[in-house]
Structure formats: C-alpha cells, structure tokens
Design a binder for this molecule. Structure first.
Ligand code: PEP
Ligand code: MG
Length: 600
C-alpha cells in the first residue's frame, strides 16, 4: 500500500525537519542513494536549453546545425520505402522541408542576430512557422505544420544527441548523470537509454515490481522504487531526495541528519558487499547444488547482447531469456536481418557454448514498436502483441527467424515463442520457422538443424493446456510476470491494484504446478524466467514443486545459488507440500521464510 506519512508523526523517530515527506511505493531494485532529482513530466518543449553565445561560437553552432540537418536527411532517405506510397510521400515532403531555401537561411539569420544557442533558435523558428500555418485555418496547411514539427523535431534530436553523446534520454530530455530520475512512467525503450547514462536512481509514480523498467533497473543494479504516488507534485529539478530501493521509500527534503544516516547505511552496505566479495567469488564458481545433491540450472535474463558478459561473470549457466524486442525498441525502424543476426550471434558467442534462449519479438502493450503505433487498442494487454503480431506480420517474423537460424550456427541458440495461447498459434509459428529453414537450406546457408524450440507459458490457457503444447516443443518456460497478471486480472504496472499481484497466490501456484507436471510427463524441460525465479524465497518453493531450471536477472544468480546450496531438496519438497495446502499468499510467504531461517 502506498501511504504518505506526514513528517510530524515520524519526526521524533527519524529526526526529520517539518518539511520532510516520506513516500512509500513498491520496492523495484535494491540499494540506497541520496542525490538531486531530475524531474521528467512530459514537458519536452520547456526542456530545450537557452543560453547566450559569442559571435565566434555562432559559427560552431551553425556547423552543428548543418551536421544535424545532414544526418536527418540521411535518416529520412533510409526510411523512404517504395513499397509504401503514403509513407514515402510524407517522408519526401519532409525531406524537402529540410532543404527549404527560405526557412533554413532564416534560422541562420536568427542565430547570428540573437546570439543564442542553435537549439533555442530552431525551437523558436519551428514554433512560429507551425503557428503561422495553423493560423490560416486551412486544413491542408495545418497538417503541414505537423510535418514541419516532425521533420525539424528529428533535427533537434540529432542536435541534442551530438551535444550529449551517450547520455540517457526520456522524451526529448537528456538525463544528467548523478541524478535520480523522477517521472510518472517511462517507456522500456527510454529505460534502455538510461543504462549507461550515469543516473543513480529511478522513482516512478506508476509501475510495479515486474514492470519492464523495474526489471531493467535490477539488472543494471540501479536502485528503483515504483508506484510512488504524488511524488512529482512534491519535487523540482535539483531537490535532494533519499531513495531506498529495498524498502520502497523516497524521502523528499530530508534533514541533514537523515541524509547522513542513510549515507552511512549506503556505505556500510557497499562495505558489506566488498567483504562478501570473496564469498561471492567462490559462489560464482560453485555448482547450484543442494545439500542432498540435487542439481539446479541457473541462467540469466538479458535485454541486449552486451549483458551476456555480465551474466557470465555472475556465474549464469547460459541465457534463459533474451528479450529480443529491445533491439526493436532501440530504433525507429525495424532492424534488418543483418543487424539482428549480428546481435544474436554476439550473445551466443559471448556465452562460449552455453545455451542462449532467444525469445522472438514480444512487442505490444508497454513495448510498442513503431509498426504498431497506428493501431490504437482499447485493451493493449489483451491485444495485438507478441506472437499475435508476428503471425500477422509474417515478413517481420520470418526476417527474425532467419537471423536467429543463421546465428544458431555459432552456438547453442534456442528459439522461444512468447504469449502462446493455444496449439494453433504454436503450429502456425512452427510453420513459419520451417519456411525460414527451407529458404536457408535452399540457399546453402548454415544453421543448426537440431535447433531447440520452446514456448513461454504466460497465459493461463497455455498453463492449463501445457500437456498438449508440450508434445510439440523441446522446452517450456514459465513467465510468471504475465501469468500472474492474466490469472489475477491485474495490470502488472498498476500500483493501485498491486496488492493482488502476488506470485504466492494459490491460483498462480496451481498453474505453475500443472506446467511443471506436464513437462515431467512429456519429458520436456520446464524452466521459469519470470521474476518469481529470481527470489530465493519463491525459488525454494519452486524447487520443492519440481522445478530445476531457473532464469533471472544476472545480479540475482548468486543470491539464488546461495539459497540452493544451503538447503536440502527434501526440506524444499516438504515446505512446498505444506505451502500448497495454504490459501493466503501472506501465510505461504511466511512459512517459506521461516523454513529458510532454520538454515541461518
Ligand atoms: C514474463 O512474462 O514472465 C516474462 C518473463 O516476460 P516479460 O517480463 O518480458 O513479459
Ligand atoms: Mg511476458
């Protein structure tokens, strides 16, 4: 539950001043940070910086504008595709705007006259040109205003990107390193750009512990809190806040003594981590084996091929889930076969022969790719996403499958289809895979002819019919993030109903148990790549329920392995039997925690 606790009632305990606000949200990624706020509230236009420049600097600014203009023309040129006439017409019109013999000289004139940075000149000129067109009241001209904004919006992005290098970006704003990002919500594609941006924390008003932003933050070890309602209203850019990711708390305007208390907690946590380094190093090398000799396989979830290296360093025995859609989210157009092949091959080669399970495009809902943006859905979570999209866009799907097959020649790459709801979808997907194999065979292109194919079990219908689906695949992977969402009819990003989102709900556990049983009967490997697999408490239960393969964020591999190595499978089985007789998720969690405590 999210509660706003007034300073007064906590003051004597934490030593806060009266302005202090402690807001509670949902823990999304552990760690404590104290730092200045970078507030993002969709105010893209207001975020363009404006500053004065010298006449000499004006030459530099003009050079930058020229380069950004050229880059934008090249980008638009690449997007023009003769197969889509309407789209090409629009892009060609935009290309003309970027060479407009009147407008471009006007930008230059204004730059040298006003002597302010080129971004603010461009913003001003575009705004006034668009306003003039709209003022005509003519429909055709008003629509051209949108084109001007779009074409020069691209130039603006290129200008800002050239200025800020690899900095992270949300909306049109670049996130300054060392800050804590505070926003209502951000898209997974934006989160992706934060990875190397140097931000130290994330606090969102919306979202839950299994939203994709939370998953990425955990994977990059950036402390994060989700579902902190009211936070945006309380902070401005630069305000100092304390963010405690483990407790899911954000403290606004903290008093000096609270800051030093949290800072020293953060320091002692990192000292603890350092003192644990030797233990961790030994754990990384050790097998994930229980006291009574039961062997578990722990693999990692990644979003981009670069993370495969982190996974290996953390001791993961392969990649259990590569979310390939992030490659699609990272660019405005669909990545071609060569780009995809290079990315998948890189991941496979980084893992030195260990299995790499690559999930085919799971686009839609919160992970909308450009090709889906024109189709507005009433219920995106129940709509045109993942395998449903791919089966409609066979060309996109086949391109990805060809790239995956080609990369399979370089290691143990396995293909996994997301969001399978019934046998028909699986059979259709396998058909497209066969077509792609046929094309490559005919062209003598090498690929692994024994490629393993699996599916995600993340829709209750698939869990219920797992016995039928198992007959057609080499493996099944339980995606609890979505399975819980669809079983409980609760949006995994909606903080207000987050209390219903619980992996220990008996309905969820029964579906998990059915899937594991179907796999055992059909002699098909079952794994889990949902977040439930990465929590030592739930992983203990899953072991007892018969699961042997787990995949999680790289950072969670050692904590789970530590649990596996200190318990016996016999105890896990007994605990699972008792847990499955209970009906309250809270009681199940408590029972498991108590059993695990006996090992301390
Ligand atoms: C899941 O649903 O459990 C899963 C692993 O996929 P994603 O989190 O990407 O939806
Ligand atoms: Mg899913």
């Amino acid at each position: 539950m999210i509660r706003r606790i007034d300073a007064v009632c906590k003051a004597h305990f934490l030593g806060y001043s009266l302005g202090v606000r402690k807001l509670e949200g949902l823990s999304a990624s552990p760690g404590i940070v104290v730092g200045p706020v970078f507030r993002y509230a969709d105010e893209a236009a207001a975020s363009i910086p404006r500053y004065e420049i010298s006449p000499r600097d004006a030459d530099l600014h003009w050079g930058r504008f020229d380069a950004a203009l050229e880059k934008s023309r090249r980008e638009i040129g690449l997007l023009i595709d003769g197969r889509n006439k309407e789209q090409s017409d629009i892009l060609e019109a935009q290309l003309l705007m970027l060479t407009d013999p009147e407008f471009i000289p006007q930008v230059r004139e204004e730059l040298y006259r006003a002597l302010v940075n080129i971004e603010s000149v461009l913003q001003l000129k575009v705004e006034s040109a668009a306003a003039m067109l709209r003022a005509t009241g003519d429909t055709y001209l008003s629509e051209r205003a949108v084109d001007i904004e779009d074409a020069f919006g691209r130039v603006m992005v290129n200008l800002l990107q050239a200025e800020n290098g690899a900095m992270g970006k949300v909306g049109a704003r670049f996130v300054p390193p060392g800050t804590i990002l505070v926003a209502r919500n951000i898209r997974p594609s934006e989160a992706l750009s934060l990875r190397d941006s140097g931000i130290v924390g994330i606090a969102l008003e919306e979202g839950g512990a299994t939203s994709h932003v939370a998953i990425l933050a955990r994977s990059w070890k950036i402390p994060a809190v989700m579902g902190v309602r009211g936070l945006l209203d309380l902070v401005s850019d630069g305000d100092e806040v304390i963010l405690d990711g483990a407790d899911g708390v954000v403290i606004v305007e903290p008093a000096g003594d609270a800051v030093s208390r949290y800072r020293s907690r953060a320091t002692s946590e990192s000292r603890l981590k350092a003192s644990e380094a030797a233990v961790r190093a030994a754990l990384i090398e050790a097998p994930a084996e229980t006291l009574d000799g039961a062997r578990m396989t722990l693999r990692a979830n990644i979003a981009v091929s670069d993370e495969a290296l982190d996974a290996k360093l953390e001791g993961a025995e392969g990649i259990g889930l590569f979310r390939s859609e992030f490659l699609f989210l990272a660019s405005d157009s669909l990545p071609d076969e060569e780009t995809q092949y290079a990315e998948y091959r890189r991941a496979v080669e980084s893992m030195d022969g260990a299995p790499v399970v690559i999930r085919t495009l799971d686009a839609g809902a919160d992970k909308l790719i450009d090709d889906q943006k024109d189709y507005v859905e009433k219920n995106p979570l129940l709509g045109w996403r993942a395998i449903r999209y791919c089966l409609d866009r066979r060309d996109v799907f086949r391109t990805q499958l060809r790239a995956l097959l080609r990369a399979s020649a370089h290691g143990d790459l396995r293909v996994m289809f997301p969001m399978i709801a019934n046998l028909g979808e699986l059979e259709a997907a396998l058909c497209v895979l066969d077509e792609a194999k046929g094309e490559l065979s005919n062209a003598n292109v090498p690929f692994n002819r024994k490629l393993k194919v699996g599916i995600m079990i993340e829709i209750p219908a698939a869990a219920v019919c797992a016995d039928q689906l198992a007959k057609k695949v080499d493996f099944m992977s339980i995606g609890t993030n979505d399975l819980i969402q669809y079983t409980m009819a609760v949006d995994r990003e909606n903080a207000r109903v987050a209390h219903l989102y619980d992996c220990f709900n008996p309905a969820v556990l029964r579906l998990v148990r059915m899937t594991i049983a179907a796999g055992i009967d059909a002699r098909v490997d079952v794994s889990m790549c949902g977040e439930m697999a990465g929590d030592p408490v739930s992983a203990f239960l899953l072991m007892g329920m018969g699961l042997r393969n787990f995949s999680m964020s790289p950072a969670l591999v050692t904590p789970v392995k530590e649990m596996v190595r200190k318990v016996s499978l016999r105890d896990a089985i007994e605990a699972a039997q008792s847990a499955l007789e209970l009906s309250a998720p809270r009681e199940i969690r408590k029972l498991l925690q108590e059993r695990l405590k006996t090992y301390e």
